[in-house]
Design a protein around this ligand. Structure first.
Ligand code: C2E
Ligand code: CA
Ligand code: CA
Ligand code: CA
Length: 279
C-alpha cells in the first residue's frame, strides 16, 4: 500500500503543481489530525528579568503525526491559514491552554498569564470575540490571565477595524501583545492608538545583540519606546546570559528563550513552575 501511495504521489506531482498537491494532502492530514487529536500544546515560559521568575507562558502548537513524528508549526500553520483550518486548530489551542492555566491555579501555583498566538485569519474571524469569551467561560479562566499575541501586519491591514476589535478584547480584561515587533511595517502613530499591553522584540534583533551594534540600537530603541508608551517589553529568543545582561541593563521587562527553557509539554511546564514559579 505504501508503494502504491508513493506511486500515486509521483503521478500527481508530475501532472499537477506539486505545491497544490502538497496543500491538498496536507489539508486532509490536518483535518484528520484535528479529529484524531494529534495536536498538542507546548509551553514556553516568559521570565521576569528583575527576579528571574516565571510570570507567563506562551502556548505553541505541535502536531504529533503518527508516522512523521513531531511536525513544526512553521510547516503546517501556513497551510492551515490558507485553508481556514487554523480557525479550528486555534480554537482548540486556546481551549487547551486556558484549561491548563486554570488547572495550574487550582493546584496552587501563583497565577501566570497565558499567551496564545492568533493568525491573520483568526483575527479577521467575526466570531473571534464570541469564541474567546465562550472559551474563558467554559474553562473558568479569568480574562486577566489571557494574552493574545498578534503581529503588526495583522493590525495594519485594517487598522480601523483592528482598533475596534482590540478595544472589545481589552474591555473584557484580555491582554494584547505585538509579536515579532520590528519585523513588520508599523506606523508609530498607530502604535499609540492600538490599545496594547506589550511589545515582543523579534529574536532576529536579539540573536547578535551583544556583537552587532545595529541590533543593539534597534533593541534599545524598542525598549525605550515601549517604556515611554507604558508598554511591557519582552525579548524573544534569549539564549545566553550575555544577552540577558544586556537586556537587564536596558531595562527590558521579560525574556523568553532557550536560556530558561524551550517550549515543553505540560508536565515539564509544571516542573518549571515548581522551580522558577512566582510562589
Ligand atoms: P512565534 O510566535 O514567534 O514563536 C516563537 C518561536 O521561536 C517558537 O517556534 C519557539 O519555539 C521559538 N523559540 C523560542 N525560544 C527560542 C530561542 O531561544 N531560540 C530560537 N532559535 N528559537 C526560539 P515554534 O514553536 O516553532 O513556532 C513557530 C511559529 O508558529 C510561532 O512563532 C507562531 O507564529 C506560529 N505558531 C505556533 N503555535 C501557534 C498557534 O497555536 N497558533 C498560531 N496561529 N500560530 C502558532
Ligand atoms: Ca508568539
Ligand atoms: Ca514571535
Ligand atoms: Ca515569529
Amino acid at each position: 500500500a505504501r508503494e502504491e501511495g508513493g506511486r500515486t504521489l509521483h503521478y500527481f506531482s508530475a501532472s499537477m503543481n506539486s505545491r497544490a498537491f502538497q496543500k491538498v494532502s496536507m489539508e486532509k492530514a490536518l483535518e484528520k489530525a484535528l479529529a484524531d487529536q494529534q495536536f498538542e500544546v507546548f509551553y514556553q515560559p516568559k521570565v521576569q528579568i528583575a527576579d528571574e521568575r516565571i510570570v507567563g507562558m506562551e502556548a505553541l502548537v505541535r502536531w504529533r503525526h503518527p508516522e512523521m513524528g513531531l511536525v513544526s508549526p512553521a510547516q503546517f500553520i501556513p497551510v492551515a491559514e490558507e485553508t481556514g483550518l487554523i480557525v479550528d486548530i486555534g480554537r482548540w489551542v486556546l481551549e487547551q491552554s486556558c484549561r491548563d492555566t486554570v488547572q495550574w491555579q487550582k493546584d496552587g501555583f501563583d497565577p501566570i498569564v497565558m499567551a496564545v498566538n492568533l493568525s491573520p485569519r483568526q483575527f479577521r474571524d467575526p466570531k473571534l470575540l464570541e469564541d474567546v469569551l465562550a472559551t474563558l467561560e467554559a474553562t473558568g479562566l479569568d480574562p486577566q490571565y489571557l494574552e493574545l499575541e498578534l503581529t503588526e501586519s495583522m493590525l495594519m491591514e485594517n487598522a480601523e477595524e483592528a482598533v475596534k476589535m482590540l478595544r472589545k478584547l481589552k474591555d473584557r480584561g484580555i491582554h494584547i501583545s505585538i509579536d515579532d515587533f520590528g519585523t513588520g511595517y508599523s506606523s508609530l502613530s498607530y502604535l499609540k492608538r492600538f490599545p496594547i499591553d506589550a511589545l515582543k522584540i523579534d529574536r532576529s534583533f536579539i540573536n547578535e545583540v551583544n556583537t552587532n551594534p545595529d541590533d543593539a540600537s534597534i533593541a534599545t530603541s524598542i525598549i525605550l519606546m515601549g517604556r515611554s508608551l507604558r508598554l511591557k517589553v519582552i525579548a524573544e529568543g534569549v539564549e545566553t546570559r550575555n544577552q540577558l545582561s544586556f537586556l537587564r541593563v536596558m531595562q527590558c521587562d521579560q525574556v523568553q528563550g532557550y536560556l530558561f527553557s524551550p517550549p515543553v509539554p505540560e508536565p515539564k511546564a509544571r516542573e518549571l513552575l515548581v522551580s522558577l514559579g512566582a510562589g
